[in-house]
Design a protein around this ligand. Structure first.
Ligand SMILES: Cc1cc2nc3c(=O)[nH]c(=O)nc-3n(C[C@H](O)[C@H](O)[C@H](O)COP(=O)(O)O)c2cc1C
Length: 157
C-alpha cells in the first residue's frame, strides 16, 4: 500500500506529526508551502491567518510535484485555523482532484474538529474516508502523539 501524506504546517506541529507518521507507515510526504508565507512568530499570524480563512482566500503555492496515480491512499494533514482546515489545503484541493482512499489529520489547541473534517470531505466528493485523527498540541505532547499515530497507522494498512 503506497501512501502520500500531504501537509501544511506554520509552526511545526503538523510537520512533526506528518513526518513521524510517514516514518511509521513508510509513506512519502508532500509539504505545501505558500508563495507568501505568514510569519510563524508573533500575534500577526492570527490576524493574517484568520483573515485568509474568513475571506476564503486561496493562497498561491510554491510549485509542487503531485502524482496522484502513484498512490493507493492519501493523507491530508493541517492545523486548525478558525475551526477549519487551512486555506493552503483549500488551494491544493482546488488545483487537484483526489479520488480514492483518504485519511485526514488535524492538529489544534482544543477545537472540536468534527466540522472541519466534514467541510474538507465536502471538497472531496469522490473519496472514501478511511479515518480521521485530531491531535492536541503534538509538539508539547509528543509521547501521546506517537501513541495515537501508532494506533491510527493500524487503520491505514
Ligand atoms: C490563524 C490561526 C488560527 C487558529 N485557530 C485555531 C482554532 O480555531 N482552534 C484551535 O484549536 N487552534 C487554533 N489555532 C492553533 C493551531 O491549530 C495549532 O497550534 C496547530 O497545531 C498549529 O499547527 P502547526 O504548528 O503545524 O502550524 C490557530 C492558529 C493560527 C495560527
Amino acid at each position: 500500500m503506497k501512501t502520500l501524506i500531504i501537509y501544511y504546517s506554520l509552526q511545526g506541529n503538523t510537520k512533526f506529526t506528518s513526518l513521524e507518521l510517514a516514518n511509521i507507515i513508510e509513506a512519502d510526504t508532500l509539504e505545501l508551502i505558500p508563495q507568501n508565507p505568514i510569519k510563524s512568530k508573533g500575534f500577526s499570524k492570527f490576524i493574517w491567518g484568520g483573515k485568509q480563512v474568513v475571506t476564503n482566500e486561496l493562497p498561491k503555492l510554491k510549485p509542487y510535484n503531485f502524482k496522484q496515480s502513484e498512490y493507493d491512499q492519501i493523507i491530508i494533514a493541517s492545523p486548525i485555523w478558525a475551526s477549519r482546515f487551512t486555506p493552503t489545503i483549500s488551494t491544493f484541493l482546488s488545483e487537484n482532484e483526489i479520488p480514492g482512499n483518504i485519511a485526514l489529520i488535524a492538529t489544534h489547541e482544543g477545537s472540536n474538529c468534527t466540522k472541519a473534517f466534514q467541510k474538507i470531505m465536502d471538497k472531496l466528493p469522490n473519496c472514501n474516508l478511511i479515518g480521521t485523527l485530531d491531535l492536541l498540541k503534538p509538539l508539547k505532547k509528543q509521547e501521546e502523539t506517537m501513541f495515537k499515530l501508532k494506533q491510527f497507522s493500524e487503520k491505514l494498512k
